[in-house]
Design a protein around this ligand. Structure first.
Ligand code: DX5
Ligand code: ZN
Length: 220
């Protein structure tokens, strides 16, 4: 069970300091937004490069950007350990996943709440992780969408069917109140933004979330 706090709701004027508050995080989740794919604007590859130099915790870049085929590889080059593109924004997801892996990063593909997993069954072996969004992407602090839980279950079943140990990440509205449902459905990597950064002790919240996920997980 891995916890990857999102810095989207952290203090942007002090990101290195904010990351230093979560030393036990498995990854730092960096939400890249371009004002096209989602109605919000955040970081680019230069920021990812600067952050990767500022911490030993590996970066999990979540690209909510149009034309992922063209822009995603730069985030692997910038030092992200994992690069997630949205399938809705990729023209050639297989080529893109291979390119990200070639750059030395883990390749991951994200699905918005209304995007089904079934059309991508044959692509799963090309991916290190699948991200199932549990809110519409664009903003932190939104309410968890329970309607995404059956898709998490179906995605995990497809991975089992093909004998894959692909990581299954959930992102959006994950908190102590909702993480058990996600873990029970088969998720094993959990993004949490506001739950971590609104806590008095963010690092203690990371541990609490991990323990809660572990207790509910049905994975071997
Ligand atoms: C939403 C982002 C999420 C967001 C999560 O588009 O992808 O990573 O920061 O924030 P919370 O946990 O507050 O929903
Ligand atoms: Zn995200």
């Amino acid at each position: 069970m891995q916890i990857t706090p999102s810095i989207l709701n952290a203090d942007f004027a002090n990101l290195a300091g904010e990351i230093a508050r979560i030393p036990s995080a498995d990854w730092v989740h960096v939400d890249v937004m371009d004002n096209h794919f989602v109605p919000n604007l955040t970081f680019g590859p230069t920021m990812v490069e600067a952050l990767s130099k500022a911490t030993d915790v590996p970066l999990d870049a979540h690209l909510m950007i149009a034309d992922a085929d063209r822009h995603a590889p730069a985030y692997a080059e910038a030092g992200a350990g994992s690069v997630t593109f949205h399938v809705e924004a990729a023209a050639a997801p297989v080529r893109l996943a291979r390119e990200i892996r070639k750059q030395g990063a883990r390749a991951s593909m994200a699905l918005k709440p209304a995007t089904p997993i079934e059309p991508y069954e044959d692509l799963l072996a090309e991916l290190d992780m699948v991200l199932i969004m549990t809110v519409e992407p664009g903003f932190g602090g939104q309410k968890f969408l329970d309607l995404c839980l059956p898709k998490i279950r179906r995605a995990r079943a497809l991975m089992h069917k093909h004998g894959l140990e692909t990581w299954l990440q959930v992102d959006g509205g994950v908190s102590l109140e909702t993480i058990e449902r996600c873990a029970e459905a088969g998720a094993d990597v959990f993004v949490a933004g506001s739950a971590v950064y609104s806590a008095d002790d963010p690092d203690a919240m990371v541990s609490a979330l991990r323990a809660s996920a572990a207790s509910a997980s049905t994975l071997p």
